[in-house]
Ligand binder design. Structure first.
Ligand code: Q46
Ligand code: ZN
Length: 300
């Protein structure tokens, strides 16, 4: 296999693009895809300070790395979920990455903010772990960005994540998630910062290859609560489709973004209020995070 750019020995074949690249040209391809995502969706400008949500995994650390390499001012945000060894190890990976690059890292403890670490939240609320966790993460990312003056939060969601989320929403025709699924969600309220996904054009395999070639030390283990998640089943189904028909995931996601999403967005306008307790945005009067914290407090 030869590199499409330089003719040297290729290290990676990208079947959906029908190309192969050597290591330096693959890294260049990766950066170009990120820059294209940023440009196409006007995610942020060179003058803005970015808050990058990092979990210690390959995607978010690859994202932080590429943004720093491209010269952005990018601060990491690690949310400590208190999930046993997984959280201890993933936090250590983020701290080591930050120290190695001289990049600023903020750490927020879910236990302090919610009143219990994620494993106890389930027992306290009987809510599925990932639903309470996802809700807390979205809330705390926005809160950290607002408190420290970041206009935008970037997350490491890749093409596989986005296609699997879309697949799950379509299977159940969940119109609200479909209206909100986008590589760039604008700020629709002064208390809501922009949320962007600069890796949405890159597959999981490509972010893993980038992390490997850049020597990024990331946590390989998944969160113990991810086991059996339907999103993994959806990823598996899409991988089989992709094997048989390279480009299937990409066509599915890009086609929706170009042709389908606007219809859902128009059909589900949302009115945002400020939570009577914490002041963050909600569609009701008390936000879901404050309700969760109340439930935790009551159970104690
Ligand atoms: S961290 Fe949280 Fe994920 Fe673990 S508990 Fe579920 S949502 S699986 S990305
Ligand atoms: Zn609230």
């Amino acid at each position: 296999m030869k590199c499409r750019k330089c003719g040297g020995t290729a290290v990676l074949e990208l079947r959906r693009h029908n190309v192969a690249f050597c290591a330096p040209d693959f890294l260049e391809f990766f950066r170009r895809q990120v820059n294209e995502a940023v440009r196409r969706h006007r995610m942020f400008t060179r003058d803005e300070s970015l808050l990058v949500a990092v979990s210690g995994g390959k995607d978010s650390l690859a994202l932080w790395d590429v943004l720093l390499e491209e010269g952005y001012s990018a601060t990491g945000l690690y949310l400590d979920l208190g999930i046993f060894d997984y959280s201890r190890e993933s936090r250590a990976k983020c701290e080591a990455f930050a120290a190695g690059r001289g990049a600023p890292l903020r750490i927020v403890s879910v236990e302090q903010e919610v009143g219990a670490a994620i494993p106890e939240v389930r027992a306290a609320t009987r809510r599925p772990t990932c639903s309470a966790c996802g809700l807390s993460k979205r809330y705390l990312m926005n809160k950290a960005a607002l408190e420290h003056g970041f206009p935008v939060v970037a997350t490491g969601h890749n093409l596989d994540d986005e296609a699997a989320t879309l697949f799950g929403s379509v299977l159940h025709w969940q119109t609200e998630p479909l209206a909100r699924q986008s590589p760039a969600l604008p700020s629709t309220h002064p208390k809501l910062v922009r949320r962007v996904k600069p890796l949405y054009r890159l597959s999981e395999l490509e972010t893993a290859a980038y992390a490997f070639l850049r020597g990024i030390d990331y946590i390989v283990e998944e969160c113990p609560f991810a086991k059996g998640a339907t999103s993994l089943l959806h990823k598996d189904i899409l991988n089989r489709l992709e094997d048989a028909s390279p480009g299937a995931k990409h066509n599915f996601l890009y086609g929706f973004l170009e042709k389908g999403r606007a219809a859902f967005e128009q059909a589900s306008p949302v009115e945002l209020n400020e939570c009577v307790r914490c002041g963050q945005v909600t569609t009701g009067t008390l936000c879901a995070f404050c309700k969760l914290a109340d439930q935790v407090k009551r159970s104690r």
